[in-house]
Write a protein that binds this ligand. Structure first.
Ligand SMILES: Cc1cc2ncn([C@H]3O[C@H](COP(=O)(O)O)[C@@H](O)[C@H]3O)c2cc1C
Ligand SMILES: O=C(O)c1cccnc1
Length: 350
């Protein structure tokens, strides 16, 4: 873990200053590309280059795992859906596959802790254990299990960048993982269980009340301080949250932009932030999920979501949807003419 964290450095301020200056020279009124301008400056800082190269190729990694707390009745779906969806991702039939095809993003699928074994050949088999323990009665993971899952994510980020990827997108699959996400978000933000617990896949009022009370009593049982990300992952899991935290840290260590998906990614990013605050300088919030804890997480991360379309699916769909926006922001800074090169009088000098 120490070796991983030692590789993370803050974004490059000189590249950001140069990008801010270059934005002013481009053939458009200053500020007219709104949030995209700030985004291009941030990517210059991440990559240490002005202008930064378009962040391509991109890959969305779907980390999949199961949750012991499923036994408490916090999701209407059977646990087997996690494994079944893995086969669906591998066959190209999920929403994230359609979005990824459309936006030229590659899809990787990782079994980091699915309860049953998935036979698909083209998934990464990196199971740390078959699902977590029930966070409402005991610690979900041992510290060794947490560290192993973080390692899966970090090492995969390293391998993907070695393979040539220049933008890493987060994805997740794990029935009941919005419950673990709520507990993690409450731990790092101090928000109440009521504020951060939501309907996940779409539960009724009675199940929501029960899910909220499960989160509330788990927070009281484990009472993890916001300063201890390892203990938070150990208390609540999940294995996909730990792997995602490692993947985010790995993206930051490799100085590539990491586009975050929804509430599961938001919870994992809070873990990464607690390990190393500078890791968030490499994160872009792809979208804002309808799950209420996500807005709470984004506020604590200081990230503005690029898309807000009431998505509440996960899998990486919101991140993949946002990828072309990030790409456009970077391409504009790299490829637009300046007033000088185009021979156009700039507003200031005319
Ligand atoms: C068919 C199906 C496909 C999904 N794809 C993502 N999720 C999403 O829903 C789950 C979290 O919601 P909860 O905490 O309420 O169980 C996760 O697996 C998440 O990735 C799905 C859920 C289902 C049912
Ligand atoms: O925000 C998400 O990623 C999300 C929301 C609901 C269910 N699954 C995922």
């Amino acid at each position: 873990m120490e070796e991983y964290l030692a590789r993370i450095a803050p974004a490059d301020e000189a590249a950001m200053r140069a990008a801010t200056e270059r934005q002013l020279a481009l053939t458009k009124p200053a500020g007219s590309l709104g949030v995209l301008e700030e985004l291009s400056v941030r990517v210059a800082g991440m990559t240490g280059a002005c202008p930064a190269a378009v962040p391509a190729p991109a890959v969305v990694t779907v980390f999949a795992a199961d949750h012991g707390v499923h036994a408490q009745g916090v999701s209407p779906w059977p646990q087997e859906v996690t494994a079944a969806m893995l086969a669906n991702f591998a066959a190209g039939g999920a929403a994230v596959n359609a979005f990824a095809t459309n936006n030229r993003v590659d899809v990787r699928v990782v079994d980091v802790g699915v309860a049953s074994d998935v036979a698909a050949l083209d998934i990464v088999h990196a199971k740390v254990r078959p699902g977590t323990r029930d966070l409402s009665t005991e610690k979900a993971l041992t510290e060794d299990e947490v560290l192993a899952a973080i390692g899966v994510g970090f090492e995969l980020a390293d391998a993907l960048v070695r393979d040539g990827y220049r933008c890493l997108l987060t994805g997740d699959m794990g029935i009941a993982n919005t419950t673990a996400s709520a507990a993690l978000i409450a731990t790092f933000t101090g928000a109440t269980a009521e504020t951060v617990t939501g309907r996940g896949t779409g539960i009724d009022d009675a199940m929501l009340a029960h899910k909220t009370s499960v989160v509330r009593s788990a927070l009281a049982l484990h009472a993890v301080p916001a300063s201890d990300p390892l203990d938070a992952l150990s208390a609540y899991g999940g294995l996909e949250h730990a792997a995602l935290a490692g993947y985010i840290l790995g993206g930051a260590a490799n100085k590539v932009p990491v586009i975050l998906d929804g509430v599961i990614a938001g919870a994992a990013a809070l873990v990464a932030q607690a390990f190393h605050p500078a890791a968030i300088e490499y994160c872009v919030a792809g979208h804002r999920s309808a799950e209420p804890g996500h807005a709470v997480a984004l506020k604590a991360l200081g990230l503005q979501p690029l898309v807000d379309l009431d998505l509440r699916l996960g899998e990486g769909t919101g991140a993949v949807l946002a990828y072309p926006i990030l790409s456009c922001a970077v391409r504009a800074l790299a490829e637009m003419a300046t007033f000088e090169s185009a021979g156009i009088a700039s507003g200031e000098s005319s």
